[in-house]
Design a protein around this ligand. Structure first.
Ligand code: THU
Length: 160
């Protein structure tokens, strides 16, 4: 028997102003995307913006549905758009931001489990890490270097 400890490095910025210019502008694209979310049920708007290795930025936002499970998170709207339209391009960084009509979201919103699994698929496929930036409406920005950090012991194609 043995025990292992798995840990990862999380970078915490005090606010968006501490980011590099490129990361700040990507996160601001996510903020713009967030404003166009379709979230009439949860009133929780999420925006995502990812940058591809060719420099193209793809955005997504949550798309809800009266049949709740038929809706889709912002992150998956963005990565599936990238997968559909730029299948050969690696994803470098994915920025995520969230706000609510019910309260002030002053802490970062991390991707849900389904989104982590979906982003992981593309990270495994492309063979290079996808950085994740996370922010609420205001406040701290979290950065992790790979989606694998957020999904340890992931299920992937090696099992199939
Ligand atoms: N949502 C996202 O868009 N991304 C996440 O990672 C978490 C949740 C959306 C789904 C739903 O429209 C709303 O937020 C409330 O769960």
């Amino acid at each position: 028997m043995q025990k292992q400890t798995h840990s990862f490095e999380l970078t915490i910025f005090n606010d968006i102003e501490e980011l590099s210019l490129d990361d700040k502008s990507l996160l601001l694209r996510a903020v713009e995307a967030r404003k166009k979310a379709y979230a009439p049920y949860s009133k929780f708007q999420v925006g995502a913006a990812l940058v591809l290795e060719n420099g193209v930025i793809v955005i997504g936002n949550n798309q809800e549905n009266a049949c709740y499970p038929s809706g889709l998170c912002a992150e998956r709207v963005a990565i599936y758009h990238a997968g559909a339209n730029y299948p050969g391009e690696r994803i470098r960084t994915l920025a995520i931001t969230a706000t609510s009509e019910n309260y002030a979201v002053d802490r970062p919103a991390a991707p849900c489990g389904n989104c982590r699994q979906s982003i992981s698929e593309y990270e495994v496929k492309q063979g290079t890490p996808i950085r994740i930036l996370m922010m609420g409406e205001t406040g701290k920005v979290l950065q992790c270097e790979s989606v694998a950090d957020l999904l340890p012991l992931a299920f992937d194609d090696s099992f199939l």
